[in-house]
Design a binder for this molecule. Structure first.
Ligand code: GLA
Length: 378
């Protein structure tokens, strides 16, 4: 990918630039908890977006997307927002950097990536974090701290892309560290790295290829449900809500909102339980929590789909230790923790049964937990 980007950059702009990259993410557990002030447990992966960038001495940004074979040019003022959705991610990062008092000057860039799109692996956060990191390095002497870089990406989603997301994806992409998952308290932003070496197990994603698209999806509606319940409880978020408190307001909330909040309350605790279990090397508990999350996301939070529920059923049948839908939902992948000796059978069975039912195999994505945003040194 690096050579392709470099060749294109030379062809397009006649010079060389500096290379930056940032990663997609997985999340072992803790879904839809970030915007509720809860805990998440993600890690950056070895699938990333890479961009070559060079200052161009104008007040324009000139962008070429190698994967889409598309070009776009825009200025740096609010009224210069491009129409193209893909370019708005980069425009948004420029604007959010400027809004925070940072400097952004005109630049040329070519970018490409290998984070599967619409698979729930946060390709958009990888793109945002790559540019947030790069602009900080090129124009701001790295003075913007890393949390602010993550927030620049998150605000880009809110203000330029229409997704009212939490902080998890951008956090994972910016802070990712090789071989480590990270537990983030999304309220205090305290975080802790957990070395992740599940001896005797493999972590594998199965992509249903049902496109997960959060823009205009009911994602924002889920967040609104949680905010309504929190307001009725007199709280900012559901972070400190308990099942008892929820039961007390049962007749004041809709059945749907009640079930959304019930899921979130359970999920916050599961992240902590999984972290404790990992420290004991107790993968059975980790796996059980993953199945509970799947059931909650499917029945209470209603962000699953038939294909993902089916992949989850097949995992259970094959004795997979833990399996669940991963990320925002509405399509994308399941994440599976599988004993090594069951791996081959699981993959073969999932491919065969899914193909028989839906006419295509799920894509098998093996991930390696990797570093997040970085400058790429030749
Ligand atoms: C998407 C959002 C995140 C988070 C997850 C669900 O990936 O971008 O902020 O809410 O969904 O856990």
């Amino acid at each position: 990918m690096k050579e392709k980007i470099q060749n294109q950059f030379k062809k397009q702009f006649g010079t060389d630039g500096v290379l930056y990259a940032s990663s997609g993410r997985i999340n072992l557990i803790g879904e839809h908890t970030d915007y509720n002030g809860g805990f998440v447990f993600p890690g950056a992966i070895d699938k990333y977006i890479m961009a070559e960038i060079n200052v161009n001495g104008t007040d324009k940004v000139r962008v070429y997307s190698l994967d889409m074979d598309a070009y776009c040019e825009f200025g740096l003022k609010e009224e210069d927002a491009p129409q193209e959705q893909w370019a708005r991610y980069i425009f948004g990062v420029c604007r959010e950097t400027i809004k925070r008092g940072g400097t952004v000057k005109g630049f040329d860039t070519v970018f490409a990536g290998n984070v599967p799109l619409g698979a729930g692996l946060s390709s958009s956060a990888a793109l945002e974090s790559c540019f947030a990191f790069a602009l900080n390095d090129m124009f701001n002497e790295n003075k913007i701290d890393k949390f602010e870089l993550a927030k620049i990406g998150q605000s880009t989603e809110h203000n330029y892309c229409g997704v009212n997301c939490g902080i998890m994806d951008q956090f994972a992409s910016v802070f990712g560290k090789k071989d480590c998952l990270m537990r983030l308290d999304c309220r205090s932003l305290e975080h802790e790295y957990f070395p992740f070496h599940p001896e005797g197990y493999k972590l594998v994603l199965l992509n249903s290829k049902v496109k997960h698209e959060l823009v205009d999806s009911p994602y924002n509606k889920r967040r609104e449900s949680c905010e309504r319940v929190a307001a009725i409880l007199g709280m900012d978020t559901l972070r400190d809500a308990t099942y008892t408190m929820l039961a007390d307001v049962r007749d004041k909330v809709s059945d749907e909102d009640y079930r959304r909040a019930r899921f979130v309350i359970g999920e916050k605790q599961r992240v902590l339980d999984v972290c404790d279990a990992l420290e004991r090397g107790d993968y059975e508990t980790v796996g059980r929590c993953m199945y509970e999350t799947h059931d909650g996301l499917s029945r209470d939070y209603e962000v699953s789909c038939e294909e993902l529920d089916y992949l989850n059923d097949v995992a259970r049948e094959c004795g997979v230790t833990g399996s669940r839908i991963m990320g925002g939902g509405f399509g994308g992948c399941t994440i599976n923790l599988v004993k090594e000796d069951r791996y081959d059978n699981f993959i073969a069975t999932a491919k065969e049964k899914f193909n028989a039912k839906y006419g295509h195999e799920p894509e098998v994505i093996n991930v390696i937990i990797s570093d997040g945003a970085r400058k790429v040194i030749d």
